[in-house]
Design a protein around this ligand. Sequence first.
Ligand SMILES: [Ca+2]
Ligand SMILES: [Ca+2]
Ligand SMILES: [Ca+2]
Ligand SMILES: [Ca+2]
Length: 618
Amino acid sequence: MIYLENLVKDPYFTSGLWKITSKPEEVRISSDRVQTPIGVKDSLKVESFGWSKWCLVYGEKLQVKPRETYRLNVRMMLNLEDRKASVVLEPQILDENGEKVKVTKKKWVGDSGEPFFVEDLGSWRGGVIGATGKWGWRYMTGGFMIPDGGVQMNLTLYGAGPGKVWVTGVELYRNFYSTVKKVEPPDIPEYPKAIVYKRLKLGEYAGKVLRIGDLNGDGKVELLLVQKINPKPIKQSSVNYVALRCLTAIDLNGNILWQLGEPDPSGYEVWSDLPVQVFDFNRDGKMEVLCCKDFKIMLLDGATGNVITETDTPESNSGEGPEDGFPRILGDSITICNLTECDPGDFILKDRYNNLWAYDREFNRLWSYTGKMAHYTQIYDVDGDGFDEVFSGDALIDQNGEILWRIDLYGHCDSSIFYRDREGRLILALAYEDGGFYFLNALTGEILREWHLGHGQGVNLASYRPDQPNGLAIAANTFWGGAFWFIFSLEGEILHADFTDVYGWVPVNWSGDGIELIGSAYGLYDGYGRMVVEFPDPHDGKVWVYNVCGDQRDEVIVWNDKLLSIYTQDRGFSGLKIYTPKRRLYNQTFYGSFISEPNWIYVKSTAHRGSFQENLRG
Ligand SMILES: [Ca+2]
Ligand SMILES: [Ca+2]
Ligand SMILES: [Ca+2]
Ligand SMILES: [Ca+2]
């Protein structure tokens, strides 16, 4: 056991090394010997009666070097009276001019986890530990690597808003990797090579939002390209409103089947999801397109684009933030779910930040919820009664609209997944923006584990890692303030931490042997961050996965405003059973939240079946 030295000489706020740099009149800061965690004598108590910001700075300036990694621990207890009130412990990294280090990312290697790639990621903010709400003592861990240009670390503790917080046990250790359960990567197996199955030149209808499905019922998939428009709100508003401008359905040869709206190249770029999904809503075996356009919820015939049914979108409701620039909502994203019958076909429609509405497949509005919305609403049958529960971003809601539990976390939810861990416990894992990554007991909302590693952007479950049971692991990434990439075990242990690159998240069932790879525009990475399949003649773009042709293995779709490519394997599958993970590919979003659960099917080829039966007899 290597002895690790706590670099914070005043972990309990008792030696005077923490300096108060801002204390408004409405704030009381004191030492508390009563409210302390077990084994700790003192904690810092901050009580505020208003909204002015208070701040303490650790007096010893810590000299740091780029590429050093750190682990930051703190214990906090909170009794804040407003969910916008907060307390934050932030390691600020300064450059040699005493300025906060800025993060630029010149080259992305995998999918960014946002709809876009940017070079300017803003001020560095790794390892920020923020909290809000009412909580008993929580042990919180942050991890980070000193970015290029960093020479000094200032630990700052700040907050605002009415209520009380207690903070103690601040620990800073070198070498974050001592907490990573590092696994030696296996030798790279021989993967099928990638060949171009289709490469299409896209017209002025190209959209960054793409949906896939057999729109005309001929057994082959078609592509639906979706463009956005930025309507000016009637009422002055700080929200950047985005709406659906044009839908274009094309076949795999690039022929246009139908189009709704006026295409315009400016509609390609988006900064969020758009409300459109492809699904067989009326159970006639043919696909429909569900979308919001011109303040209507519309069900379109997949083959023709003709409107089957339409109804007004919900009346807007400002909620906790201003989002009432129009009398009705434009629509942000749609999640298909099962609230009323045995099959999915009901749906959740949300606005960007404040509200969601539940509808059945006949467009009857079932219920609504106002809170702090996730970028994409996640669904899962948490209590096993055959109906989906809905995770809004801050609450778990049952099929009748009843709130089962609610949670106050710092930031907002960018991405979420449900799964069972090795003990069979149902877990809800969250990427919660600057609030961190969380592993909750999905039945209660209790925090089982939390990591504060930067701006949590995506969490995605798939069989990424052969060293884990069923290969299951979670690919997670951060975005603003630093693009970092992590692999978590189902129990929330960190198996891999990379503070320099994001390799992506879209799981690709490429070899059919039970291990999924990770899609990027240039090829496929494995769950250890190694590119193992290169695409021939690649181009940049967004990435999605679908079984377009051949056997059950996935094809990879990469597209931008000019080109769309579909890559497939250069050889057939040989084996008795082929991996065919269970996914809800009809619920597509830019914001991770991908759940890919193990499933195998036996190959139907007569040659294989013969040998399979022989094996059974033998
Ligand atoms: Ca078709
Ligand atoms: Ca249908
Ligand atoms: Ca249920
Ligand atoms: Ca295939």
